[in-house]
Design a protein. Structure first.
Ligand SMILES: NC(=O)c1ccc[n+]([C@@H]2O[C@H](COP(=O)([O-])OP(=O)(O)OC[C@H]3O[C@@H](n4cnc5c(N)ncnc54)[C@H](OP(=O)(O)O)[C@@H]3O)[C@@H](O)[C@H]2O)c1
Length: 246
């Protein structure tokens, strides 16, 4: 199957307890699905999906990079993998300069693990001659603020890597797309003050599913964030500082 992914037979959801990840699955066309790998630290039942496909749990620890090559081999052990959704993520917190260990975890999960897994999967997909990978970046990567820049930096790195890899993959039948959600109501943001344009995981799932099926390489959820990202990147520092303070 070439770019313009339509109806996957085999999917890997990496970070299968992710509420956004599960919402993406729900909005994909699953009529031809035969196997869905659910990769997570702990078993994760998928809620709200009716499919006769085999849902196969695979243990995955993002910080254990030595295990990742073997993990990716498992995803291809039964045949081709049509679609990989990389939904792992750790928010860290706002206390860089007081809790660097937390920032380190976000760096390891969001950038190192997600980028490495993406590259390993892409390599195997090139061998099979087709495939699509979705990685979840964030609107937070648009421009550094004083409150979430450690997290934003990990997503900026991942985003850059994904877009670069997508360029490298041109002509191979394999492609990578990047989703940049804003503030989403999930376990990750539970208890936090909501930002403007906050959406549910369902909304993000819908946008992601149509991004996967399209030939686009970048998508925003909700879509209003696309022009907002452009405006944010052009604002003078003092103005940006003022409007982004929360
Ligand atoms: N929620 C938002 O506002 C928002 C906005 C923009 C982007 N995103 C991104 O969207 C993606 C999904 O987030 P979500 O909102 O659905 O949050 P979530 O439900 O907390 O999902 C995060 C996922 O990452 C996994 N994970 C974290 N550390 C891991 C590790 N060391 N090893 C293996 N898995 C690990 C979690 O597994 P466990 O269940 O084992 O912890 C979970 O499956 C993330 O990349 C996040 O950064 C979220």
């Amino acid at each position: 199957m070439l770019n313009g992914f339509k109806s996957p037979q085999t999917i890997a959801l990496i970070g299968s307890t992710s509420e956004i990840g599960q919402a993406i699955l729900k909005h994909l066309p699953l009529e031809n699905l035969s196997t869905c790998y659910l990769a997570s630290r702990s078993p994760s039942p998928i809620v709200g999906i009716s499919s006769k496909a085999a849902f196969v749990p695979i243990a995955f620890e993002a910080t254990d990079t030595h295990s990742h090559e073997k993990f990716v081999q498992q995803l291809f052990s039964q045949g081709d993998l049509d679609l990989a959704i990389i939904a792992i993520g750790a928010l860290g917190n706002d206390s860089t300069l007081s809790d660097e260990a937390n920032a380190l975890n976000a760096m390891q999960v969001n950038y190192v693990a997600a980028s490495y897994i993406m590259a390993l999967i892409a390599k195997k997909m090139v061998e099979q001659g087709h495939g699509r990978i979705l990685v979840i970046s964030s609107f937070a990567q648009t421009r550094p603020r004083n409150d979430n820049f450690a997290y934003g930096s990990t997503k900026a790195g991942l985003d850059f890597m994904a877009r670069g890899l997508n360029e490298k993959l041109r002509g191979t039948g394999v492609s990578v797309c990047v989703l940049r959600p804003g503030f989403v109501r999930t376990r990750m943001t539970h208890g936090m003050v909501e930002a403007p344009f906050t959406v549910s995981a369902e909304v993000v799932g819908k946008v992601a599913a149509s991004l996967i099926k399209s030939k686009k390489s970048v998508g925003y959820a909700p879509s209003i964030l696309k022009p907002l990202a452009l405006i944010f990147s052009l604002l003078p520092p003092a103005v940006f500082r003022k409007i982004s303070q929360r």
